[in-house]
Design a protein around this ligand. Structure first.
Ligand code: NAD
Ligand code: FE2
Length: 406
């Protein structure tokens, strides 16, 4: 049972400095007409121009859509797909942060299967393969270049929405850390903290009974031997590189560790799933309009503290790859790293109003897919306690709850 594992990934994953220059040859092998999906900032960037020239030098006809908006409004994905239909691309190429990669996934999905994004919200609603997709991240964080998820915002709903299907995993991902050299320190910190949170939540996710149908009936199957492998390497790489990548932006070795860590974290959470820190961030993000990475990282130490009784062995393994004394030193070490790179330590510091804690508790408990993936169960009253602790930065509230329940 404990040997159960599954890995879903791009057909080809290329990592390394300068590997963006492989794009022309990679794309040529997938088709002759390429739609490049990016945003305004990156469309004006010299690296992006060079990649487009490389595509053309390899005989690929290119159309560029440079209008991706942060957090991908649902309507914008529909409009982008309609605008690209007459070009009839053979391959879609996403170049940018998580928003551009998620937009590229949506456009490739709609060009293939038609309809609107909301036809596919939820899990396993994509009916079959989509157009070949190449993902080239320029931030090191979301892991979208290898995950089965596209996250969108929808003005008809108060929380963000996701489309999750293995069919959305890009065909090829090219992860070149040189593309992240222009990321300012705040973006590096927020994206990198999101990646570390992905790795920790995947590594500490619940373990499900390995029934024969598990991998085909669910997108996120819980912790397993293969997700653990990538999660633990990701934790090690991000622990080593994240602070230096934030404080010394030109440190290419640190940038490479963080980018590889983010991609490996994506391979881990793309099958294992994330859990309570991500569930709580959805309503917190909707209220505070703070970045996804800042919210999940601010919550992560409190969620780990909640989970402590169930994750003793994982904390010991993390201690060993992080080089800290033992499992008890891990949560304080992660909190201290997040503090050093500027992540708000509490929900109060993140800007949440105290009178919204009940609403946040209701909403986050409603995201059952993520709450059920948490290693220690959380009912509505537990959630209120956890939020109170995360709001005030008071670990004793979690400890009292633990004593009362044992
Ligand atoms: N699909 C997934 O698996 C997944 C996982 C986690 C988060 N997400 C989603 O990804 C989005 C966040 O992605 P993100 O954190 O990468 O940010 P982003 O893509 O929203 O980009 C943020 C800003 O950074 C800029 N930027 C990107 N690369 C840059 C670079 N190299 N130099 C300077 N500026 C650069 C962009 O132009 C943009 O203005 C959110 O919508 C989140 O919900 C998706
Ligand atoms: Fe995330």
């Amino acid at each position: 049972m404990e040997h159960f594992g599954t890995l879903r990934s791009p057909r080809e994953l290329i990592v390394g400095c300068g590997q963006r220059r492989a794009l022309g040859l990679v794309a040529k092998g997938l088709g002759q007409r390429a739609l490049v999906v990016t945003d305004e900032r990156l469309a004006a960037d010299a690296n992006c121009h060079a990649m487009i020239a490389d595509l053309e030098d390899n005989g690929v006809t290119v159309q560029v859509q440079g209008g991706t908006l942060p957090d991908v409004p649902e309507e914008s994905a529909f409009i982008a797909a309609e605008a690209a239909r007459s070009f009839a691309p053979d391959v879609v190429i996403g170049i940018g942060g998580g928003s551009c990669l998620d937009m590229a996934k949506c456009v490739a999905l709609l060009l293939t299967h038609g309809g609107r994004p909301d036809d596919y919200y939820g899990e396993l609603k994509v009916p079959g393969p989509i157009l070949p997709l190449i993902a080239i991240p320029t931030t090191a964080g979301t892991g979208s270049e290898v995950t089965p998820v596209a996250v969108l915002s929808d003005s008809k709903r108060s929380l963000k929405v996701g489309i999750s299907s293995p069919h959305l995993i890009p065909t090829v991902a090219i992860c070149d850390p040189e593309l992240t050299l222009t990321c300012p320190a705040t973006l590096t910190a927020i994206a990198g903290a999101d990646a570390l949170t992905h790795a920790i939540e995947a590594f500490t996710a619940t373990r499900r009974p390995a029934t024969a149908g598990l991998t085909q009936e669910r997108v996120f199957v819980g912790k397993n031997v293969l997700s653990d492998h990538f999660a633990l390497i990701a934790i090690s790489l991000l622990w080593q590189g994240l602070e230096a990548a934030c404080t010394e932006g030109n440190n290419l070795a640190a940038r490479a560790q963080v980018m590889q860590g983010a991609t490996f974290a994506g391979l881990a959470f793309g099958v294992a799933g994330t859990a309570a820190a991500h569930a709580i961030q959805y309503p917190v993000g909707a209220l505070t309009h703070t970045a996804h990475g800042a919210g999940v990282a601010s919550l992560m130490p409190w969620v780990m503290e909640w989970n402590r009784p169930m994750i003793g062995s994982e904390l010991e393994q993390m201690a060993s790859v992080m080089g800290v004394a033992d499992g008890t030193a891990v949560i304080p070490a992660i909190s201290a790293l997040f503090a050093r790179i500027g992540i708000p330590p509490t929900l109060k510091a993140l800007g949440l109003a105290e009178d919204k804690l009940d609403w946040v508790a209701d909403q986050s408990c409603g995201i059952e897919r993520l709450i059920q993936n948490n290693p220690r169960p959380i009912n509505r009253s537990d959630m209120r306690t956890l939020l109170e602790a995360a709001f005030w930065g008071d670990v004793s509230l979690i400890q009292q709850n633990r004593k009362a329940n044992t």
